[in-house]
Design a protein. Sequence first.
Length: 511
Amino acid sequence: MSLQRLDGHQPTALHDIASTRQLEQALAALLPSQTLMRRAGQSIGRLAMALAPHAHTIWIACGPGNNGGDGLEAAVFLHQAGMSVRVSHLTGKQALPPDAQAALQRARVAGIEFILTPPAMAPGDLAIDCLLGIGASRAATGDMAAWIKTMNESSATVLSADQPTGLNVQNGQALLHDDGTPGPVVHADHTLMLLTAKPGLFMGQGRDAAGQLWLDDLSRDAAEQRWLMSVAPCSQLNPAPAPADPRRHNSHKGSYGDVAIVGGEALAERGMGMTGAALLAASAALHGGAGRVLISLLAPLHATSPTEVIPAQPEWMFRTFQALDLHKLTVVCGCGGGLAVRRVIAEVLQRSLQLVLDADALNAIAQDANLAQLLKNRSARAMPTVLTPHPLEAARLLNTTTAEIQAQRLHSAEAMAALWGCTVVLKGSGTVIACPGQISRINPTGNGQLAAAGTGDVLAGWIGAKLAQGPCTWLGAFEAASQAVYQHGLLADQWPAHQRLTASALAQQVS
């Protein structure tokens, strides 16, 4: 594979530290000593010249490990190409790894200029971060922390090699100091991932720190490619769905499924209401292509009359909960359900043909072992179910903390999926979609525009619409959730930057 720019639309395998090390050892065994490091340095150098062809200064900050060795090889490549290169090299208490030691000797022989203090840099110049590699487990301190600060405050373009220094490539969180506080992280304009794409660059803080992502798997022929493909990835990027087929002439509304929205507690006597969440889910389900959308508000009709809700949406059909034929419906339960959802959740779990559980439905299950068992029973009965927790709801479900969920997003989603035998959509920066028997997916679309009230309700309704139109299987639920998550994020990516995204406007764009 040659150097490629990742835009998030192509299928990409993601490897954690363990599988990356396994691949590195397998490929290194095929090649002469130092070959991988030289290829990495050449790849960094080529991208550097493409990003800053007229740079007056290229500063390469190298750490004491193999990531620093990659930087030293890049320095040799750039120096031989006639670029003005300066290197700052930190050495640790231990001896350099053999390949990094050889790279340092090559740089000295080539006449590379080594400096202790970062140079003054201007727009058009380039800083290359080769400080810490994937094996780093503690936050940067001392000179390294100072160099990170220099890069982040510089007007030069910043390129990180393999990952931004200070970022945990497993989870996308900042590496921690001994006292548990987060350390500094390089905020790169570009990151060139070497050998493998790492999950932490697609979720959490990684989305902000990595900038534009590039990948070079360092293979150069078909035989090496086969070795790289022999190790299973820990996850993969959620791929863009194929364009939907046009609807057949010979079809009717029953061909596209019925979605029932159960939620929207409204209690006039308490002066509060959450009907908006249910209506947002209903709007998304309708615009997402469901044949019919039924709404069952968890409140007396005198508390919230359908005609008082939104007369501009006449396609909605309002039903009491008792009037719903749950065994024929794809149900989206919990959006704005409040405490009232607890009156109906057991029946929803037992009877719904297909089910999306969100918000207050998840909170109810987290607090009631009997409900949790009913959820587990759906798996034994092959009744497709999708959970859509945000990190706090996931923490309640797994009886842990939000920080622990964020520190192990992949593991947390997979644990919930295994526990209940269903598809789990763990929302957040780099939404994770997990399902038993499937390689988990990390979603590459979406941005901070989705940090607005109601966007999660829109996603739940959209998943419901996808489920209603698809096959009644686990795999159908996994694919339905994956497609809805991707397109939900893509809409946010395409949203005009100057226009604030609102959930109601988002729901109107679902298709």
